[in-house]
Design a binder for this molecule. Structure first.
Ligand code: MUC
Ligand code: MG
Length: 370
């Protein structure tokens, strides 16, 4: 039975400024949830977004407040026999707040996994992979720094696919930036871009023609999240792939985009979908519609990233790779044994629950003092 729920906002500086079209991040603020049962076992979860309210409608502060005020009083006294049923009740009692729900769902699954002695992937039906490929995101905003960073990652065997964040500068400057990086890294290295909704459809058509010519593989969310029709038209018009990110939070969004005939890929994110169950529901719609899958992140730290990895590990095929590099963007970690990144990817823990242990000293050090 659940006896206590604690939440913390944890602020960890990034290793360098991370520049997206809508914000520049110098710190990542994660909401960490800890659920304790009557035998003293604990489950942990994480809810993170990007740049306060810059990326979406939830902020670290709203995530913490809504877990403390609404979710925690509902959950205390309940057993964790069925996280799915608890989430179903929470989804009908509390609207929205997908990231907060994802944090709580992760903590429930971590606790249930520890109670049963199995990893979260087993609770979800079993892992198809113990290691998944993982790309790196170039977002320093500086061409030379981006090229240096990418070459170092390739030499270290850490990453061989790169996504470049663009959309905050003039279109032509972005094209030169990306084409120069591609030229420097060569044909064997895959380069994508993420525009984070910054282009009109006309700009996207111009930009995608130039990026296709430069040998770029994929363009993520070129146009506004709600403009499904432009994603469909752009995906039909170019051979360069289109990846829908902000457009698709849950399976209903995905069904609507699929019904319009979208032929690209979708970025799955546990935060957008209200947790692992919701993200896997999106994956099921994609598979039925012939839409490719991509394991996405909201730049979560080790806890959120590992939760997502357990979900992605149950998918037989992830056509467009993953970007589960969030912990590597942070200067420090609040878990005792960080994830193991090697061979251009990351290993998925196989011990009970998430397979992580909180470092209490680090948690105290980085937890925001209210
Ligand atoms: C996004 O829009 O994809 C994922 C990687 C990154 O650098 O930013 C996030 C958000
Ligand atoms: Mg994106």
């Amino acid at each position: 039975m659940i006896t206590q729920i604690d939440t913390y906002i944890v602020d960890i500086p990034t290793i360098r400024p991370h520049k997206l079209s809508m914000t520049s991040m110098a710190v990542q603020s994660m909401v960490i949830v800890r659920i304790t049962d009557d035998e003293g076992r604990q489950g942990i979860g994480e809810g993170s977004t990007i740049g306060g309210l810059a990326y979406g409608p939830e902020s670290p502060e709203s995530i913490k407040t809504n877990i403390d005020t609404y979710f925690a009083p509902y959950l205390v006294g309940k057993t964790v026999d069925s996280p799915r049923l608890l989430m179903q009740h929470m989804n009908s009692a509390f609207r929205g707040n997908a990231i907060a729900k994802s944090a709580v769902q992760t903590a429930l699954l971590d606790l249930q996994g520890k109670q049963l002695g199995v990893p979260i992937s087993t609770l979800l039906g079993g892992a198809c992979h113990s290691h998944l490929p993982c790309l790196w995101v170039l977002a320093s905003g500086d061409i030379d720094k981006d090229i240096y960073e990418a070459k170092k990652m390739i030499d270290e065997g850490r990453h061989n696919i790169f996504k470049v964040k663009i959309g905050s500068r003039a279109l032509q400057d972005d094209i030169v930036h990306v084409a120069t990086i591609k030229e420097a890294l060569g044909a064997s290295v895959s380069i994508r871009v993420d525009v984070n909704q910054a282009w009109s459809e006309a700009q996207a058509a111009y930009g995608m023609a130039a990026l296709q010519e430069a040998g770029i593989d994929l363009v993520e969310q070129p146009t506004a999240a709600k403009d499904f029709a432009s994603l469909v038209r752009l995906a039909d018009k170019f051979t360069i792939g289109v990846l829908a990110d902000e457009s698709i939070a849950d399976s209903a969004d995905c069904f609507a985009l699929a019904a319009q005939g979208f032929s690209g890929s979708v970025a799955l994110k546990i935060g957008k979908a209200g947790g692992l169950f919701g993200a896997l529901d999106v994956a099921a719609v994609c598979s039925a519609a012939g839409i490719g899958l991509y394991g996405g992140t909201l730049l979560e730290g080790s806890i959120g990233t590992t939760a997502a990895l357990h979900a992605w590990s149950t998918l037989p095929v992830i056509e467009a790779s993953t970007e589960m590099f969030g912990p590597l963007l942070q200067r420090d970690d609040i878990v005792k044994k960080p994830l193991n990144y090697h061979h251009y990817g990351v290993e998925i823990p196989s011990t009970p629950g998430l397979g992580l242990e909180l470092d209490e000293d680090k948690l105290r050090e980085y937890a925001r003092k209210v």
